[in-house]
Design a protein around this ligand. Structure first.
Ligand code: HEM
Length: 373
């Protein structure tokens, strides 16, 4: 073949490969009407499941999961959601057992320092393991802690490319140690629950610790009897429900929801920005002020104001109603029993010390934060 033809074929192949592998362009969506419309009807090019699964392929590579977030099969979506929803319905006695479990997993009374992030990651993951996998045998705390670290590392790596083979292999080993006999990937369930919960528990804990004593008291009452009634009942105008709603407004763990809307075109619906609109929430939008929820009559009204930490439209989180909000309150209340009000925050990195005003909502925030007493 003529060398020029070979060169032309080579250039065309390279161009084709470049087009195929180029990253999609992502448009940020920050207006409520647009966000609503995209969440209800993401794209004409794809089914809603495809539109969500495409941007989530990175999670398949990193964690090997096949769940609501990654499937394009209506049937699989339905059955996964059914299983998840079923697990999230707890009876009053199960809530009481949860409160006991949450307290039994706390560090001993002799503890005088708590390194918040490693503790919370292991703690929240252990609670979820107990809850979702009744056959789960309490494992070495270090193994659960390593799983928590690996999930975090792989999640972060998957945002910029394929995570390292070494991390993925280590994840498989840890999973085999924790779940020697489970056929389906436990991460299908663990991931959406754990990756959201621990981060909001962290930020609500910091807010409550630096807030007025009444917030701790109202959470404590709820921990003593974790009923719907106590979740909603307030002291000085603040209930556990208001604390949780405000934490989810200011620090939504899912900051952006991604959808594919065309070939190599994605949108990122910016839930965090929608919940920080001062025209809706007022000039003090960036302040953690649970009292503001006194003037919001219902979750429906909150949704109309752009509060949608659990998503909206085609896919709404099954933990939205009661499970996630109540568990967040319960865990923050439990940790508050170990860390006394007079405990002082310290940190190796200056930026990890909670300053006045809104906390950092980045995934890597507060890694060196400790409380000492
Ligand atoms: C603070 C806690 C949580 C937050 C903020 C949260 C947030 C969200 C959001 C924003 C979505 C919509 C995603 C999208 O539209 O692409 C979602 C969906 C979902 N979440 Fe959660 N979530 C939380 C806890 C949980 C828990 C504890 C579970 C338990 C397994 C869970 C399971 C799911 C599932 C299965 C879906 C997919 C629903 C569907 O496909 O229709 N989430 N979550």
């Amino acid at each position: 073949m003529h060398p020029l033809v070979v060169l032309a074929v080579l250039i065309l192949t390279l161009l084709y490969l470049h087009r195929r592998h180029r990253k999609p362009t992502t448009t940020l969506i920050c207006t409520l009407d647009e966000a609503r419309s995209l969440l209800a009807n993401p794209s004409t090019a794809f089914t809603p499941l495809q539109s969500r699964a495409l941007p989530n392929q990175r999670l398949v590579t990193a964690f090997g999961i096949n769940n609501s977030f990654t499937t394009t099969s209506l049937q699989h979506h339905k059955s996964f959601l059914h299983t998840a929803s079923h697990l999230l319905k707890l009876s009053p006695s199960q809530w009481a057992s949860m409160a006991q479990l949450a307290q039994s997993l706390l560090p001993s009374k002799h503890t005088r320092t708590l390194h918040l992030i490693p503790f919370l990651r292991t703690y929240v993951l252990t609670i979820i393991l107990h809850l979702f996998f009744p056959a789960y045998m309490p494992a070495d705390e270090a193994v659960v802690g390593r799983l928590a670290q690996l999930i975090h590392a792989l999640w972060v790596q998957s945002k910029t490319g394929a995570p390292s083979l070494a991390s993925r292999q280590e994840l498989s080993e840890v999973m085999r140690t924790l779940f020697p006999d489970v056929a389906e990937n436990p991460l299908n369930l663990l991931l959406p629950a754990y990756e959201t919960l621990w981060r909001v528990v962290l930020r609500l804990f910091i807010e409550v610790h630096r807030g007025p004593a009444e917030w701790r008291e109202v959470l404590n009452l709820y921990l003593q009897r974790p009923s719907t009634e106590r979740f909603r009942s307030s002291r000085d105008g603040v209930s556990p429900m208001f604390l949780v709603r405000e934490a989810l407004r200011l620090y939504p763990p899912t900051k952006r929801v991604y959808r594919a809307v065309g070939e190599k075109a994605w949108v990122a619906i910016d839930l965090e920005a929608l919940q920080m609109d001062s025209k809706v929430w007022g000039e003090d939008v960036a302040i953690f002020r649970p009292e503001r929820w006194r003037f919001v009559a219902s979750e429906r009204q909150a949704g109309e104001m752009g509060w949608m930490p659990f998503g909206e439209g085609c896919f709404v989180c099954p933990a939205k109603g009661m499970f996630a909000p109540r568990l967040i309150a319960l865990l923050v209340a439990a940790v508050g029993r170990v860390v006394p009000a007079e405990a002082m925050p310290t940190a190796e990195r200056k930026e990890d010390l909670p300053e006045k005003g809104r906390l950092d909502n980045e995934r890597d925030g507060y890694v060196t934060l400790k409380y000492c007493w």
